[in-house]
Design a protein around this ligand. Sequence first.
Ligand SMILES: *Cc1c(COP(=O)(O)O)cnc(C)c1O
Length: 391
Amino acid sequence: MGRTPDQAAGATHGLSTACVHGGDTQDPATGAVMPPIHTSVTYAREDVDGHRGWFYSRVGNPTRDALERCVAELEGGAQALAFASGMAATATVLELLDAGAHVIAPVDGYGGTFRILQDLRPRSAGLQVSFVDCCDLAAIGAAIRPDTKLLWLETPTNPLLRIQDLAGACALARRHGILTAVDNTFATPVFQRPLEHGADIVMHSATKYIGGHSDVLGGLLVAGTPGLGARLHGLRSTTGAVASPFDSYLMLRGIKTLALRMERHAANAQAVAEHLARHPRVGRVHYPGLPGHPQHALARRQMRGFGGMLSFEIEGGAPAARGFLDKLTIFTLAESLGGVESLAGYPATMSHAAMPAAQRRAAGIGDDLVRLSIGIEDVADLRAALDAALG
Ligand SMILES: *Cc1c(COP(=O)(O)O)cnc(C)c1O
C-alpha cells in the first residue's frame, strides 16, 4: 500500500502510536497508566455555580471521556461520542434531522441501519429514504432532492466488500449542502479515515474491531467540527444511549492493540483470499485486496489496508455451502465480526435473512455465498481448516 498506518496524512503521530497514547488517557490524579473505571453517577460541585467538568454521568464521565478523546484523535475529528451500541450511535445521527427530511442510504447497508431507515424513522419522524447503489456516484446524484439532508455511506459493504468512493460522494453531497455520515466499522481508522475524504460524521459499531474481542457492545460517532460535535453531544445527553464506564474501558483497552490486530487481520485475509481464489471448488472471492476486485484501484486510493472481511461462492450452491459450514473447524459459525477469533457466516439465513430472497439474489448475495471474518490465528491453520471443509 502507498501509506502504512504509521504514516497517516495530517496526523501528529502515526496511527499505531495514537492507538496506544491517543487522548492522553493516563490518570493525572494517581499516574495510573490505564484510566480508572469511574462508576460514580454524580460529582461533588465546587460551589453552586461551578463544577470540575463532570456533574452527571449521562452527560459526561471521565472513563468515557478518555475513550472519546482517543477516538477523536484516531479519526482526526473534533469530538467523539461513545454509545451503548452501534445502532444507538446511528439513531443519534438521525436525531439531527427535522421531521420529514429526505435521506439517501445504500441498498446494501447493514441490516439494522436498513430497518431504522426503512421502517422505524419513516413512521416516527416522517423521514423519506431513497436506497440507492452508493458505489455509483451517478445514482447518488440522481437521488438528491431539494429536501435531502443526509447521505449515509458504509464502505466496504457487507457481505460483498464493494467500495464506495468517499471523496466523490462527500464532494457531491457538500455541493448540495447535504451532511455525509460514514459507517467505518469494517475498515476502522487504521485503514480508512472518512473525515480526510470530506465526510462530516464517522460512525462505528465498536462491537466489532474496536472492541476486538467479542465481549463488548458499543458504538461511536466522530464529528469533523466542534459545532457538529456539540449538537450530537446535546442529542445524546437528551436521549441517553451512552456507553457505560465499564464498556468504555473495554473499548479503550481494545484500541490499544487495534493497529496491531488490523495488520494481522488484513495479512491473514489477503492470504486466505488468494488461497481461496486458487481453489477449484471456489467461484468468486470478494476481497478488495485482490487485484481482480472491481474497485481494487479505488480501495488502494482511499484505504491504507483492505481489512479482515471477505466472502466467497462455493461450487454446488446451497447444499455445498451448508456442508462446508458443517465441516468447518477453527472458524465458529456465528453472527458478528471483527474479534480476534475467526468466524464464518451464511448471509442467506444469518446476516441477510430479513432481505426477501429475490432481492438478495438481485443484490448478488446467492445461496452459495459464505462470509468469513478472518481472525488473528496462524494463517496456515486457517488455510488448512478451509481446505479440509472444502473437501
Ligand atoms: C454490527 C454493525 C452495526 C450495528 O452495531 P451494533 O453494535 O450491533 O449496534 C452497524 N454497522 C455495521 C457495519 C455493523 O457491522
